[in-house]
Design a protein around this ligand. Sequence first.
Ligand SMILES: Cc1cc2nc3c(=O)[nH]c(=O)nc-3n(C[C@H](O)[C@H](O)[C@H](O)COP(=O)(O)O)c2cc1C
Length: 377
Amino acid sequence: MLTKICEKLGCDVPIFAFSHCRDVVVEVSKAGGFGVLGAATFGPEQLEAELRWIDDHVEGRPYGVDVIIPTKYDTEAEAETGKTDLHDLIPPEHKAFMERILTDAGVPELPDDERRRVHREIMEGRGAMTPDGARRLVRTALDHPQVKLVVSALGAPPPDIVEELRARSVMLGALCGKPAHAVRQKKAGVELIIAQGTEAGGHTGDISTLVLVPQIIDAIDNTIPVLAAGGISRGSQVAAAIAMGAEGVWCGSIWLGTQESELNTFEKEALFKARTEDAVRRRARTGKPVRMLRSRLSEAWEEEGAPPYLLPPLQGILYNEAHARVVRAQRGDLFSFPVGQVVGTMTSETTVKQVMYQMQVEYIEALERVSALIPSD
Ligand SMILES: Cc1cc2nc3c(=O)[nH]c(=O)nc-3n(C[C@H](O)[C@H](O)[C@H](O)COP(=O)(O)O)c2cc1C
């Protein structure tokens, strides 16, 4: 499984793990894979603290940082970042709609101190979901020498970010859901494409992984490495990805069910109960299509009479405040967390080590199955 990308980045197996949780990042990198911390919801100070913690625990292994650089965002919100409370830019109609869903369902307000904490965390984080916010995060990541990869989701990175990374020999990756995105990203200076199919949790397009990966490899003439993402949780799928020409896999959902994940017991149980068809694409969470668990909250925004979705980062601010109330009230019927179609195969808690080990065992079994089909003479 030692593909060229392993040599370039210094990992033992090309299993990349996207996670918002530093413990997952550390455990994956320590197990020979490549952990990537999702930083989009952090402010620069919090990111600095997280990266310092990872440096202290990762035993010199390489890891990466992922930022969201949206191409469509609320420019007024961007201009106001750091000057005013972005919450004030959310139209009263949208606030009232969200409040009505929660009060009608009997979800209580957060206690004052918790509301202030959640509000502060969301503000610090959502401010990062603009080009300037992403720039601040990338600069923070560059102060940490074990960060060997920076990944940009949603949009092509601005030239100054590309230059800065190149000057520091940090590889730049990008998530792509269409061949045209990959061509654009390559032109912008991206050196690693993550071909993410519609099965994936989080922001996602329409094309399935099995169709997308070879299309992207062809579109960029196989000139830069490609990782397959979306719907991957087993070693046989890793073998399939490599058979299609990918240099490895990039997984997100599967880590949510591990002991190390940031989710609490209520949240994990909701995932373990969910079926594949419960992971649907909705815009309620950020304003762009996100694959997440269907719930009364996600569906209310789809109904006739619901206000139009706001652009990032405002829809996300509104949604995340509501989400915090839902989690505190432990309301499974309103719980919509980003997760991919593999949720239907996640039924009980695992550990990062078990997932890493299992994937590699299954990968070898898959190769043996295929090799046995080759005539011996
Ligand atoms: C909870 C969650 C949050 C995500 N947030 C981001 C993000 O902030 N940035 C990003 O590049 N990808 C994000 N993704 C997508 C992952 O990077 C990855 O492409 C995807 O999870 C792969 O598909 P899978 O979920 O089927 O493993 C997220 C995925 C999940 C499950």
